[in-house]
Design a protein around this ligand. Structure first.
Ligand code: IFM
Length: 440
């Protein structure tokens, strides 16, 4: 595949991470525990029995890590704040030492002329709020709005964007639906109520942040996919339609249309969430941007056992089908259905069983993956979708949730024994690709 795709000069090139996956310093400088601290210390929850206590030790190595970003020539860094670092209980007192860390990080980014794209919530709820019911408790939405307002007040003029949530589909369905993620609850009804509260908290946080009047652009990051029927059978087509309604439209419709998709609501039956009269007004706040995370498509087969996708371009180390055209199809479908703000691709990348060979990491598979997705993105842009930037997931190999450190998503290799960082071939390729875009 040629390296010829052209992007506008103003396009933002970035890399992304999240707090729990890289920071470490789990109990340092007054940080309170989060649900992921609790979850990872419970045997059996993480495949390699690891946790985020040290992770990539980014809390102590952020200067070097920002230096790596600068050396790659990216424009921007997307990261999340650990809520329990700045407010140990998720309510009550702020922790100044926690804010100091992000203050220093923002300074370092500014010094290297890297734009900061901040996410408020990337799954690590303060454990103190979990004790009160976590996202099942409607009150957590108010706590989140307070936290959002405080962050906007302190950092809203130093961040290019602030996203409320990262992938609320995961927080609800993997955290409360099938117990794969913290807080480890398996209850379908709870998951749906939690998804409603996450949406409500997004809307309340948007309103709270707007009162501050900070220049940062405000939005949300959603993980999305197309849902393709495995065959042309009526059962497969119906399954795909329902899957799309329950995942993509379930989060998009309340934000952009002020309601849940009827098909999904009907299918949830008595598991439907409790919705208060003003909730949709609160949720449907104007967005300055929408973040889209894309990794794979959903392949829907009603057969037993279900048909698997052929995977013409292969599968990643997560077992996810490599399907770049799904990104084009998704973005076109979104443009047709919603009145969209500008979009950032806030995550895209792959896990690969990378190996150090004579000091190098020849991850050609990742280069091919990213290049093909950038081509797919360019296709969507050529068809009129307003895309402002692309953030590669991830800058560093890091803690991949219930897969622990076994899955490597970074374009920079991390030796967890020594914390040595080594650029993979994909990092070098990304640097050259970005440079070529600027020269073009
Ligand atoms: O590592 C995660 C990230 O935290 C959220 N989006 C998907 C990535 C890969 O699984």
């Amino acid at each position: 595949m040629p390296n010829t795709t052209k992007f506008p000069r103003s396009f933002t090139w970035g890399v992304a991470t999240s707090a729990f996956q890289i920071e470490g310093a789990a109990a340092e400088d007054g940080k309170g525990p989060s649900i992921w601290d609790t979850f990872t210390h419970h045997p059996g929850n993480v495949i390699d029995a690891s946790n985020g206590d040290i992770a990539c030790d980014h809390y102590h190595r952020y200067v070097d890590d920002v230096g790596i970003m600068a050396s790659l020539g990216v424009d921007a860094y997307r990261f999340s704040m650990a809520w329990s670092r700045v407010q140990p209980e998720g309510k009550g007192a702020w922790n100044e030492k926690g804010f100091d860390f992000y203050d220093r990080l923002l300074d370092e980014l500014a010094q290297k002329e890297l734009a900061a794209h901040l996410t408020l919530y990337h799954w690590d709820l303060p454990q103190g709020l979990q004790q009160d019911g976590g996202w099942l408790n409607r009150d957590t939405c108010l706590r989140f709005a307070d936290y959002a307002q405080e962050v906007a007040r302190r950092f809203g003029s130093r961040a290019a964007t602030i996203a409320t949530h990262n992938e609320p589909w995961c927080s609800a369905n993997l955290g409360y639906g099938n117990a794969q993620f913290a807080p480890g609850i398996a209850d379908a009804k709870a998951a749906i109520q939690v998804s409603h509260h996450l949406l409500l908290s997004h809307g309340l946080a948007m309103q709270a942040m707007r009162t501050v009047g900070a220049p940062a652009k405000l939005g949300i990051v959603l993980n999305q996919w197309t849902a393709d029927p495995a065959t042309d059978s009526e059962a497969d087509r119906a399954m795909a339609q329902l899957e799309y309604a329950r995942s993509v439209q379930w989060f998009m419709d309340p934000i952009f249309k002020g309601c849940y998709p009827a098909l999904a609501l009907k299918s949830h039956g008595e598991n439907c969430p409790i919705i208060h009269p003003n909730d949709f007004t609160d949720i449907r706040q104007p967005l300055d941007f929408l973040g889209v995370n894309y990794y794979f498509r959903s392949f829907c087969s009603a057969e037993t056992p279900p048909k698997k996708p052929e995977g013409k371009l292969g599968f990643t180390d997560m077992g996810w089908e490599i399907y770049p055209q799904g990104l084009t199809e998704l973005l076109i479908a979104l443009k047709q259905e919603y009145t969209l703000p500008p979009i950032y691709i806030t995550e895209n990348g792959m896990a690969n069983p990378d190996k150090l060979v004579n000091g190098q990491i020849p991850d050609i598979e990742r280069i091919t993956y990213v290049r093909s997705h950038l081509n797919a993105l360019a296709n969507a842009m050529a068809q009129g979708v307003d895309i402002q930037g692309y953030f590669l997931w991830s800058l560093l190999d890091n803690f991949e949730w219930n897969s622990g450190y076994a899955k490597r998503f970074g374009i920079v290799h991390v030796d967890y024994e020594t914390q040595q960082r080594t650029l993979k071939d994909s990092a070098i390729w990304y640097r050259e690709f970005i440079r070529a875009q600027r020269l073009a």
